[in-house]
Design a protein around this ligand. Structure first.
Ligand code: EPU
Length: 346
């Protein structure tokens, strides 16, 4: 076996998911160099030829134990592949910490990723759910995604269009585990029009005393807002937003707005749809700060489920189901989980 591969049997995943729930992997395979992947996968028992790739474990809920091997790609190289004075192509290995890449790209003088500061997780995970925050999605800056397909042993390079990005969605999310993402290339401009229109950013910059913000200032404002609004997973287990903001027909949004004038309504995916705020709907059902034993809803943000210590994944999932049922009963709006649920069906 290559020195770039480490295999542990019956490994605890508690430190490897930001909910901090107890789960065990029959095999945990760590691979430093993606070139060793085919070899590593030969050595581990897969489930239907598939392995669950774990990044920062910040967007999944272990509602049960994973059945086959769990794979960690730990390569951490970042390289500028090309630069023409206007923009650079920056390639990062899957194992690079996302927030580290954001800070590094800003320090190198590239703009674009500032609104995505402080999102937990790794570069390899960022395309899967097309991470987004404060008016920016990572799809806006992804040039290509490199991936290995264990099912047929092929290597792929998907350009931006081939990734089929949508709101918290991509081809990788649609076919779980089919592709193991090994590296991502980003196209980053030297100058970018800053996106300051999302609620809170302008106010935060003003409070910081900044009137001509740089991309780094915007990142600092986003960091401050996130630290205030979202519980730190290192302190209180959570996976960020637990539900996606639901997209509903415009007519349904209009009817709800007439009944609830304070309800936030955002642009949908087309002229006939609108995006509602799952946080607002859940809050209106009285869930904020609710606690069932150690499974709870953050007192700071209604969209964030939290583990107060000893909650199991099944308990968190049970709470999530009750929340979704109450939103459905009160508003007739279905809400769906954003994180991946392992070991159970939604
Ligand atoms: N709101 C409430 N109650 C709350 C919190 C929020 O009513 O407890 C209402 C507020 O009226 C607010 C609205 O919900 O105007 C939206 O809240 P927020 O700006 O916090 O954004 P969000 O829609 O809840 C989304 C993303 C977050 C991202 C923020 C900022 C999704 C599922 N979530 O949350 O992403 O950080 O916008 O851009 O799209 C994540 O994906 O894990 C995540 C944290």
């Amino acid at each position: 076996m290559s020195p770039n591969v480490r295999i542990v049997r019956d490994a605890s995943l508690r430190q490897r998911n930001t909910f901090g729930v107890d789960a065990r992997a029959p095999w945990l395979v760590s691979v430093d160099d993606a070139a060793a992947l085919p070899d590593a996968l030969q050595a581990a028992p897969l489930r239907d030829g598939l392995a669950l790739a774990l990044g920062g474990g910040s967007n999944l809920l272990f509602a049960g134990d994973p059945e086959g091997a769990v794979l960690e790609l730990s390569g951490r190289q970042v390289r500028v592949l090309s630069e023409d004075g206007e923009r650079a192509i920056v390639r990062a290995d899957a194992g690079v910490q996302w927030h580290g890449l954001v800070l590094q790209s800003l320090a190198l003088g590239y703009a674009g990723l500032e609104n995505l500061a402080l999102i937990p997780g790794t570069v390899g995970a960022c395309p899967i759910q097309n991470i987004g925050a404060y008016g920016v999605e990572v799809r806006d800056f992804i040039h290509a995604v490199e991936a290995f397909e264990p099912g047929n042993g092929q290597w792929h390079r998907f350009d931006n269009a081939a990734c089929r990005f949508g709101y918290r969605d991509s081809r990788f999310k649609q076919a779980p585990d089919r592709y193991l993402i090994t590296a991502v290339e980003f196209a980053l401009p030297r100058r970018a029009a800053l996106k300051l229109d999302y609620a809170g950013i302008g106010e935060e910059l003003a409070a910081m005393g900044v009137d001509a913000p740089t991309p780094r200032d915007v990142a600092d404002a986003v960091i401050a807002i996130r630290q205030r609004k979202l519980p730190d997973p290192a302190v209180l287990g959570n996976a960020g937003s637990f539900f996606k903001n639901p997209i509903v027909p415009a007519a349904q949004a209009d009817a709800l707005l007439a009944a609830h004038p304070a309800m936030p309504v955002f642009r949908g995916t087309d002229a006939d749809s609108r995006k509602l705020s799952a946080a607002w709907l859940i809050d209106a059902c009285g869930w904020k700060g609710h606690r069932d034993g150690d499974a709870g809803v953050s007192p700071a943000h209604a969209l964030v489920l939290v583990n107060h210590g000893g909650a199991s994944g099944a308990q968190l999932l049970g709470l999530a189901r009750r929340i979704a049922e109450s939103v459905q009963a009160r508003f007739a709006v279905p809400i769906e989980p954003e994180p991946r649920i392992v070991g159970a069906r939604w």
